[in-house]
Structures are given as structure tokens and as C-alpha cells.
Design a binder for this molecule. Structure first.
Ligand SMILES: [Zn+2]
Ligand SMILES: [Zn+2]
Length: 188
């Protein structure tokens, strides 16, 4: 018997699919549009996460790699990790890469902070699509901070996005299996 796992996806707003974070601080890196950070904060607040946008912080110069025109993700993650709040999401419009990956949509440390880049989320997107992509990538990276790993369900927000098409296909909520994993972690 085959069952389509995407049929079991929990819809946004449903209690089971909510992101189990009470308070979140969004830290924009310099040059990031304030109204986009604010719009993301409102979307996350609608999911029960009390979210505020903090003052912008400078991009770490040492993270810039001129030969690639990109920033290394790890130093940005380290910078927001030192913010002090329990849950922190850094956000930048600059393109990021990490290790052997030629670009990343975001980076996170389990139990810690995360960073999302919008550099590629804008490609071919109108305002609505861009915001949908940003929400998915934010919920995805927050999932990593809560200890979730990548999910094999292409409809789950924790599915690994290798390309924008992956992001556009997946939903913006954790699937039932990921919700169960989250609950198991919280009980620990
Ligand atoms: Zn991931
Ligand atoms: Zn999942």
C-alpha cells in the first residue's frame, strides 16, 4: 500500500503544525529592507510566535569572498548566535555559500540561531511568491534550530531545497512526522 505523505501535511495555523517557539528576534543585516523584515515578523506572529525586529547589524567584512561575490554563511550565523536572545533569525539580502555548497538559502545551528538569505528568493518572483518563499525558508531554518533534520516528504517545509523549484513545491508547515519528531524532542 502506498500512501502519499504530502496528504498528511499539517496546514498552517493548525495547532499541531505550529512552530514551537514563543519568542523570536529577527536581526536584519545592514541594507536589508525594513518592511520585508516587518512583514515576515507579522507572518510568524500569525503562527503564534511573538516576533520582534531588532536593529540592523553590520555584515562581517571578513565573511565576504570577492572571487565569488558572496558571503560565507558561517560568520553571519556566528554573529547572530551571539545576540543573546534564545531564538534569533538573521536575515540578509546578500548571497551566501557554505562549505562545498555553491549557495545556500539559509544556515542554522541546532539549539541555536539561524540565518536566511533572500538573494535567490527574489528570482522570478512577484511580491506574493517572494513572501511565500521567505516564510518557507524561515520556518525551515527555525526547524533546524529546533533539532529537525531534512525530511524526505517533498511537501514538508523541512524538505531540502536544492533549487527554487523545491522551495515552490513544498508547503510552509512541518509534516506529521516532523511534528512528531518535534514533540519527541520537547519531551526529552
Ligand atoms: Zn535545511
Ligand atoms: Zn517532514
Amino acid at each position: 500500500m502506498s500512501r502519499r505523505l504530502s496528504d498528511t501535511r499539517v496546514r498552517p495555523g493548525e495547532q499541531a503544525g505550529r512552530v514551537p517557539i514563543d519568542e523570536l528576534v529577527i536581526v536584519p543585516f545592514e541594507g536589508f529592507p525594513a518592511q520585508i523584515a516587518q512583514a515576515l515578523a507579522e507572518e510568524l506572529a500569525a503562527r503564534g510566535i511573538s516576533t520582534r525586529v531588532d536593529a540592523p547589524v553590520p555584515l562581517p567584512d571578513a565573511a565576504y569572498t570577492p572571487t565569488r561575490g558572496q558571503y560565507r554563511g558561517e560568520p553571519l550565523l556566528a554573529l547572530v548566535s551571539g545576540h543573546g536572545a534564545r531564538h534569533v533569525l538573521g536575515i540578509t539580502h546578500r548571497d551566501l555559500f557554505a562549505r562545498d555548497l555553491n549557495f545556500i538559502f539559509g544556515i542554522a545551528s541546532p539549539g541555536g540561531a539561524c540565518v536566511v538569505s533572500t538573494a535567490r528568493l527574489v528570482i522570478g518572483a512577484d511580491d506574493e511568491l517572494f513572501r511565500a518563499r521567505l516564510l518557507k525558508e524561515a520556518v525551515h531554518e527555525l526547524g533546524h534550530t529546533l533539532g529537525l533534520e531534512h525530511c524526505t516528504d517533498p511537501g514538508c517545509v523541512m524538505y531540502f531545497s536544492n533549487r527554487l523549484a523545491d522551495t515552490d513545491r513544498k508547503g510552509d508547515a512541518y509534516c506529521e512526522r516532523c511534528v512528531a519528531r518535534l514533540h519527541a524532542k520537547q519531551r526529552r
